[in-house]
Write a protein that binds this ligand. Sequence first.
Ligand SMILES: Cc1cc2nc3c(=O)[nH]c(=O)nc-3n(C[C@H](O)[C@H](O)[C@H](O)COP(=O)(O)O)c2cc1C
Length: 442
Amino acid sequence: MKNIILAITGGIAAYKSAFFARLLIKNGYNVRVIMTDGAKAFITPLTLQALTGNQVHTELLDETAELGMGHIELAKWADLLIVAPATANTIAKLAMGVADDLLSTVCLATTVPILVAPAMNQQMWQHPSVKLNLQTLRDYDYEVIQPASGMQACGDVGEGRLPEPEYLLEYVEYFIARHTTPQLLAGKNVTITAGATVEAIDPVRFLSNHSTGKMGFALAKACRNAGANVTLIAGGKVHLPTPLFVHRFDVLSAEDMLKVAKDCANGLALPCCDDEEHDHKHHHHDHNEFGNDIEVEPISTATDIFIATAAVADYRTRDVVPQKIKKTQDEMSLDLVKNPDVLATIAKEFPEIFVVGFAAETQDVEKYAKGKLESKKLNMIACNDVSRSDIGFGSDDNAMTVFFNNKNEPVVLEKMSKEKIAEQLVELIGVELGKKFTFVKP
Ligand SMILES: Cc1cc2nc3c(=O)[nH]c(=O)nc-3n(C[C@H](O)[C@H](O)[C@H](O)COP(=O)(O)O)c2cc1C
């Protein structure tokens, strides 16, 4: 899905579309731009033409335009169409099926997915007609991107801002992934631990390890793309951005991580979340006889699949020293006690959860991995040899051997990017769960 129509309408946020077009091009997409007359009042077609390398499409009833790439050819050329920014006016037209300009006509004439990124003054955004029109668009399977809130160009503060171009790009990539990935984990609640735990020694020092969380975050994306509701529990040293529509808890110690993991397993860790998209997944809405939206039994958020990629510290100091330790002695030793085993505890206390472990070993990888699989009662364990300098901690690549509790033959995943490894692991999990392999056509 590389051919994108960027449709720009006449809102003040149209200036952001130039940056967005540039980002799309930089990321390898072919971009054709449609502009309404309104859009041309805010930004010139010449700018978009220069940025995309393609002539901008503006006219519907124009002989020369139709001789080039006419409205039907445009509609067929695209793999995806995104209206950004989408004015209240254009949203209303799309909801009503009006086709009085190129943009609205192409939207009717195309079969490809359409994303709409509304942007308008916060008062306009709150108007019931806008809400109703957007609901109509959702009913027609348009994807509506929730606007951001904050200071608006008109001076108001509130909801209705066009999200930043980087966010729009991430959204497009997520949307394409969702439409091209087999939905093997549809509706499953997946909890993933990632990164290193941090065990305090005193107020300024800690024990930790080299795990960065990259593998866990890649898995979070892959699970999300496969249709899962994903919660990440990130250790204290993770400095990675949270993937779109993934819920995140940040924890420090192994004990904290276990507590949050248990809450997730029990369905008690409802992340505070203000995006509607997520809310819709967990709260089942229905209509009563008056057509009003009523909320029925919330769908369970309890973990179905637990994936433990975090490098949890095996030991912590017996007591955290309340004041900074002074450099008075030539030698000192730390008194350590064993930490709880997050993975084994979840596997033991929640036998109904499908549990996937990770093992990073520096020697006898297979022996240790099989040992952990059995002793911790896991369904699957993916292990890598971190003594290899080209993969593992901090690296963008990984290679793994995956062992299963119900079969002898392991699966070997040769060196590839952590994203690709994550996709392969999700497939293995999906197959294990006995899900039918269903492709959602783009
Ligand atoms: C300065 C200015 C800023 C505007 N900003 C927006 C906006 O952000 N969102 C919106 O829905 N309409 C906005 N409008 C109103 C639209 O330009 C107007 O509804 C126009 O008919 C939209 O046409 P189009 O949807 O065909 O592009 C603005 C108008 C002006 C004069």
